[in-house]
Ligand binder design. Structure first.
Ligand code: 2P0
Length: 324
């Protein structure tokens, strides 16, 4: 009998133009297109095996069995797409430094999309896989591809997918994750962004400027202006956090040390070092820079943060099958 099993690896990504709000919560269609960098250091390995004797999907994360309703809903979608009506055993391992606070649904659903469809004997294009991954978690759409990736917002299931963004520069980009706090986030991305869509008086402006930011950052990636690129990314992140401050009830992801990190980056810029920060739905700050400036930047950051709170990543690959 054919072995209905497969394993896949997907890396997490950092959004430089953020996805922060849905126009369709069921299909996970975003309000605006977004852009990210897939990272080499942080990834999820997922093994899926369909077993005819199971009465429900079984999910293990880092060796421990978990009950996760989102995974069950997602596996129902996979059965619908592949036509294989069998439950599966799913084993996922997150390869994220324990203290990094960077665990992400992006790598999780990108890896599960490939492993679960391949185990069912179906091979889909990366574009198609990105549409499937999107249904698990929006940011997973982008982790299907490596390096710089755009998630085209679209208006329906077919038109909302990820595609690689060609770069024409020799920046040799790096990201330093400054771990301020590794506890679970205060407010999940899913509920935070929905509160913002429903209540922020600035939401309309966000969608408009995020689309402009995307257009301009893609131009910067092509014509090689790292300063323009970094300035847009930093400003886009701050606009996302400003939405949270303007929501009702308002919320934020800042810790005092987040501000220390942000100010440290701004200080370095005044000293002529090209570096920019971004921040997601948590207090950790990520610094974008060129590899040639990495040593100077780490030396400066060490003044405020111990070295085991600093993690360096480079661009990483898209989702791929593993031999099992
Ligand atoms: C992103 N972030 O573009 C945004 C920017 C953080 C800030 O965590 O509801 O986990 O599963 O689609 O993809 C996006 O949250 O949310 C997110 P769902 P997701 O990466």
């Amino acid at each position: 009998m054919q072995h209905l099993q497969a394993a896949a690896r997907a890396h997490t990504n950092i959004a430089l133009i953020k996805y922060w709000g849905k126009k369709d919560q069921n299909l996970i269609l975003p309000m605006n297109s977004s852009l990210s960098l897939t990272l080499d250091k942080f990834y999820t390995d997922t093994f899926v095996e369909y077993l005819p004797n199971l009465h429900g999907d079984i999910f293990f994360l880092n060796g421990k069995q978990k009950v996760d309703p989102k995974i069950k809903i997602f596996m129902n979608l996979i059965r619908q797409v592949t036509g294989l009506n069998v439950y599966a055993q799913i084993k996922s391992t997150n390869h994220v430094p324990t203290a990094a606070g960077l665990a992400s649904s992006a790598s999780a659903y990108a890896a599960l999309s490939l492993a679960a469809t391949a185990a069912a004997g179906k091979i889909y294009s990366k574009t198609e896989l990105s549409r499937i991954a999107r249904r698990g978690s929006g940011s997973a759409t982008r982790s299907v591809f490596g390096n710089f990736v755009e998630w085209v917002a679209g208006n329906d299931d077919q038109s909302s997918y990820a595609r690689p963004v060609k770069i024409m520069n020799d920046w040799d980009i790096r990201m330093v994750a400054i771990v301020v706090d590794s506890r679970p986030k205060k407010i999940s991305s899913r509920s935070g962004m929905q509160t913002v869509v429903e209540t922020s008086p600035f939401y309309h402006s966000w969608v408009k400027t995020a689309n402009e930011d995307l257009k301009n950052i893609k131009k910067a990636l092509k014509n090689g202006s790292f300063e323009t690129f970094g300035t847009i990314a930093e400003s886009n992140a701050l606009k996302m956090h400003a939405l949270n401050l303007s929501a009702s009830p308002h919320f934020n992801y800042f810790e005092p040390q987040s501000l220390v990190a942000m100010n440290a980056v701004e200080d370095m810029r005044t000293q002529g070092v090209q570096c920019y920060y971004t921040m997601d739905a948590g207090p950790n700050v990520k610094v974008i820079c060129k590899n040639k400036d990495l040593d100077v930047i780490l030396e400066q950051l060490h003044r405020y943060f111990p070295s085991d709170h600093l993690f360096v990543a480079a661009p990483g690959p898209g989702v791929e099958l593993l031999n099992n």
